[in-house]
Design a protein around this ligand. Structure first.
Ligand SMILES: [Zn+2]
Length: 503
């Protein structure tokens, strides 16, 4: 039977016996909450282990090995290396539909190494990467929630599949377009995307920004800068002229745009005219078609700069991600579970610690949030996440869980102080309950899936999805390898060396 017809039939049955279903659903959720609670310690241990691995994107070898071990021991079938990326993890339990996927990532950030719970800057390994966004918590939470769903499905004979997808290199917005392109989400009915935050929240509509990341390279001709500069074609000049051109372009762009860049090759020394120069550009806007328009203007500016300098230019798209798109039907279900589970009960010590931390970081001393965020309270953010492409492929829900101290901004070392704290651990327990209950809703409530699907279809009719990643693009597997090779021997000394197991 086609899924849509099956959904329609199940929906009809569902409307005939709503009260009985509701009771069953509450009982199932309570059962799942029990599984999460009894796994609070291993869940924390998984998150803490990944914290100390602190692996950069595409190099998440220890982190994904641990996740594979945990999920396999928990009954899941785990594939590592899908879509041509060795640290891409795809785990599944169950068969057929509905197939609901939990989607997240577990990579760290460069130079984020920090001693947990120390307010002063004190790297565990100077210069080494660290979890200054708390992606380590995603692994523990995703595993525990998926395991709780699986246990509940077994106990109550719920049909379908639960999937965990951990994509590599989220911090450089790399992997998801490749996973989408490889067709991994074709057979998935809905996803819930999971991310750490300072609040318990969901949302719908466009959640963040589209982004295109690309290297623009100019090729010229070298010469002695004093002896025969007239024989040269200066690639750095072209680089600079492109920068000036883009600066003038800014006036003609919609106010929603973002453009930023770093020069990645500006030559060797002043008396050698550079025959090679490169800038790494990022273009963002509120939706992908607008970001593509800006990017096309950038290409024209690069062509102009090459023409002016007699050089040649080329560009290579490194990554391109659509904004995350959340479905209201799924957000309402997630919100129902957020309201049911509520915020963690913070101890006085945790609140005091949070205020001290905020004070030390020069932030308002407001402590930890004690109330969940109401639905609709999540305006579109300016950051990007390569998961966006997944949300234009399959109806998506979004969940942020409260494991960060409010006011502490991610992508800086302060955020690496608490991802192994009891604050993080309690946020993970609450988040895992909400996530498990929401996946159960999607597995057992065809009406939600059906509404999400029609919402999704309408959205895509308005803005059809297209791949921005070139068809011949290959994932950059060596990304961050040199950095990890350099620091891993020292970082290894901090590995917890444990084998957490869910039960
Ligand atoms: Zn993140």
């Amino acid at each position: 039977m086609r899924l849509t017809r099956k959904l329609a039939l199940l929906s009809l049955l569902g409307s005939l016996v709503p009260l009985a279903c509701q009771a069953a659903s509450d009982e199932q959720k309570e059962f799942a909450f029990g599984v999460v609670e009894r796994n609070a310690a291993p869940m924390a241990k998984i998150g803490d282990s990944i914290y100390y691995f602190a692996e950069l994107g595409m190099q998440e070898f220890e982190s994904t090995k641990l996740m594979k071990d945990v999920l396999e021991a928990g009954g899941f079938t785990v594939q590592l290396g899908a879509a041509g990326m060795p640290t891409n993890l795809w785990a599944r339990w169950g068969n057929g539909h509905p197939a609901i996927a939990i989607v997240s990532e577990i990579d760290a950030l460069p130079e984020g190494s920090q001693t947990p719970m120390e307010f002063a800057r004190k790297p565990l390994v100077p210069g080494a990467p660290g979890h200054m966004e708390g992606h380590n918590t995603h692994g523990g939470l995703a595993a525990a929630a998926a395991f709780a769903v699986k246990e509940t499905m077994m106990r109550y004979g719920i049909p379908g599949s639960v999937i965990v997808s951990l994509g590599p290199a989220e911090e450089q917005l790399i992997s998801r377009p490749y996973i989408v392109r490889a067709g991994y989400f074709k057979d998935v009915d809905a996803i819930i995307y999971l991310h750490i935050g300072d609040q318990m929240a969901t949302g719908y509509g466009l959640a963040n920004y589209a982004s295109i990341s690309a290297n623009f390279t100019f090729h010229g001709k070298t010469a002695h800068a004093a002896v025969d500069p007239w024989d040269a074609k200066d690639a750095l000049d072209a680089n600079q002229l492109m920068d000036v051109g883009v600066a003038y372009l800014r006036q003609q762009l919609h106010p929603t745009y973002r453009i930023h860049r770093v020069v990645t090759n500006g030559g060797i020394q002043p008396n050698v005219i550079p025959d090679l120069a490169q800038t790494w550009w990022w273009v963002r806007d509120a939706n992908m078609p607008d970001a593509v328009q800006i990017f096309e203007k950038l290409v024209n500016v690069a062509k102009g700069a090459a023409l002016m300098t007699g050089t040649s230019q080329e560009y290579q798209i490194i990554a391109a991600g659509w904004p995350q798109l959340g479905m209201k039907a799924i957000a309402e279900a997630v919100q129902g579970n957020i309201d049911k589970v509520g915020m963690p009960r913070w101890s006085d010590d945790e609140q005091r610690f949070a205020r001290d931390f905020q004070k030390s970081a020069g932030r308002p001393e407001v402590g930890l949030k004690t109330a969940v965020t109401p639905l609709g309270g999540r305006p579109q953010g300016y950051a990007s996440n390569d998961n966006g492409d997944v949300s234009w492929t399959v109806p998506a829900g979004l969940l942020a869980f409260p494991s960060i101290v409010p006011g502490i901004t991610i992508h800086e070392w302060h955020a690496a102080i608490t991802p192994t704290s009891t604050i993080a651990h309690k946020g993970m327990v609450a988040g895992a309950k909400v996530l498990a209950a929401s996946v159960l809703d999607l597995l057992t409530r065809p009406d939600i899936l059906q509404r999400a699907r029609s919402e999704f279809d309408a959205q895509l009719k308005q803005t059809p999805y297209f791949a921005v990643l070139p068809a011949d693009a290959k994932p950059p597997l060596d990304l961050n390898k040199a950095t990890m090779d350099r620091y891993r021997p020292e970082m290894r000394k901090f590995y917890l060396g444990e084998q957490p197991r869910l039960f």
